[in-house]
Design a binder for this molecule. Structure first.
Ligand code: FRU
Length: 488
């Protein structure tokens, strides 16, 4: 088996061949979820960007579609979004509605020779099958900005206009428009706020209810580019606050940083536009890689995959509002066999060991930490490699250790142990783990703590081992579903 097949995900989206990065143009329209993505169709490394395209009825089974947007005289097609122009505010459709893509055109400034990033439109009257570039492109340019990209647009009913969140190096900007064609700057946010470990990229801005209180808050998502001095590489933060139609105001102190994911491989995540009101979900998907090593991962002729689509909601925790994530329920259709155990005591001398004939799994574990010793779930290969998902009660720290996870030598910072602060409840924790051939996703503390990591085992995963480092722990309940691969 060559690497191409070995690491091809079973239930995460990946491109047919060649390079993919950010999800783009996420929109639901006339019964289909669209997923566009940064795509380089001629190589497994980043290059002149196109928009690849896939559609799905259920966010699980994807169908590849022809490339939607090709580079043109204004440059490559960087990240952006799609909206349904329901009222034909743009006038681009003949008495009807259709899809409008708002994206960054990236080229070189003819005079200064510096990178130039300007915002442009394309539209489709046939449900995303064929696309036309707007002939007035670009529609938004700021000559003094070098980094100016990744527009995310939504309709703001309160002010009856379109709002664009976009990033400009060290801050986000907000522009408003009646018609998607003409844009006016209304506000700026971010200088000195949150993390500035790297250039700001891929914003998203939306309103969500808090718990079930009827109260709402606005969420501003900002991805942060790689910084050679940060082992974490590129990652995504979010802010909680208010948006008054013009600008965003942070509820938290400027130095308070909220991470969307504490793993290393969830970047550039944004949410679907136009999910029907009766559904009402805010669904995010991220690029499951990291600029630190994205161009070097050992997958072969294809490279780059997406996270599971996740439903976002807000909850209050100790007086603060935080994001909660859960994979979309549609993923349950992949469940195949079911195994379950309860009341199993584990110690280093007597670990729980289950051989597996299949390597696509959903695991749910309720753990009583008893002796307060470090607890491990090990996903082992028939070779010598393993992924350790662990919890250290003394440090109150949930982690993934992929230092011995097989193919790790493609980049020095890949083989690492990393995680997040998490407090156990009465000495108990609950973990939900999705295991694929190229990655694991771990959800804990009701989805408040999430870790997403790429993993490249030396041979297929064939064993689940549960144990502690010293004392005893009890698996109150352990449930494993084997999963059907998606048809793609
Ligand atoms: C984020 C990003 C975006 C840009 C795109 C280029 O990963 O750097 O800021 O639009 O990728 O492919």
């Amino acid at each position: 088996q060559n690497n191409d097949d070995r690491f091809r995900p079973g239930f995460h989206f990946s491109p047919p061949a060649n390079w993919a990065n950010d999800p783009n143009g996420l929109v639901y329209y006339e019964g289909s979820y669209h997923l566009f993505y940064q795509y380089h169709p001629y190589s497994n490394k980043w290059g002149p960007m196109h928009w690849g395209h896939a559609i799905s009825k259920d966010l699980v089974q994807w169908q590849h579609e022809p490339i939607a947007l090709f580079p043109d005289e204004h440059g490559a097609i960087f990240s952006g979004c799609c909206v349904v122009d329901w009222k034909n505010s743009s006038g681009l459709f003949v008495d009807s509605h259709g899809l409008v893509a708002i994206f960054t055109h990236a080229d070189t400034h003819p005079v200064t020779g510096q990178p130039r990033q300007r915002q442009s439109l394309a539209y489709s009257s046939d449900k995303g099958q064929t696309w036309h570039k707007y002939d007035g492109n670009p529609v938004l340019a700021e000559d003094d900005l070098i980094d100016f990209r990744d527009p995310k647009v939504f309709w703001h009913p309160q002010s009856e206009r379109w709002i664009m969140a976009i990033v400009a190096g060290d801050h986000a900007r907000f522009y408003a428009s009646p018609n998607l064609l003409e844009w006016t700057l209304t506000g700026e946010f971010g200088k000195g706020e949150g993390s500035h470990d790297g250039v700001w990229e891929c914003p998203d801005l939306f309103e969500l209810p808090v718990d079930n209180t009827g109260r709402t808050k606005w969420v501003l998502i900002i991805s942060i580019g790689d910084n050679p001095n940060c082992p974490e590489g590129s990652r995504t933060q979010y802010f909680i606050g208010e948006f008054d139609g013009n600008t965003f105001v942070n509820d938290n102190p400027a130095d308070h940083i909220l991470w969307l994911d504490h793993g290393r491989d969830n970047y550039a995540g944004v949410t679907w536009s136009d999910v029907p009101q009766e559904d009402g979900r805010r669904i995010l998907i991220g690029w499951m890689s990291n600029w630190k090593y994205a161009n070097e991962t050992p997958t072969g002729s294809w490279r780059g995959a997406m996270t599971l689509p996740r439903v976002l909601s807000l909850a209050s925790k100790d007086g603060n509002v935080v994001l909660i994530q859960a994979p979309v329920r549609e993923v349950e259709q992949l469940r195949k066999e079911f195994m379950s155990w309860s009341g199993i005591t584990v110690t280093p001398a007597a670990p729980f060991i289950q051989k597996m004939n299949e390597d696509l799994l959903e695991i749910e574990a309720d753990i009583d930490l008893r002796s307060g010793s470090e607890f491990h779930i090990r996903l082992k290969s028939s070779g010598l490699s393993e992924i350790v998902i662990g919890y250290d009660p003394a440090k109150e720290w949930l982690f993934i250790d992929r230092s011995n996870s097989g193919v790790t030598d493609f980049h020095p910072s890949f083989a690492s142990k990393h995680g997040a602060k998490m407090v156990s409840k009465n000495g108990k924790i609950k973990l939900q783990i999705w295991v694929d051939r190229n990655a694991v996703e771990v959800y804990a503390d009701h989805g408040m703590v999430v870790l997403t990591d790429q993993i490249f085992l030396d041979a297929p995963m064939d064993r689940v081992e549960v144990s502690t480092q010293s004392g005893e722990a009890v698996l109150d309940s352990l449930q494993i579903h084997t999963l059907e691969p998606i048809h793609i």
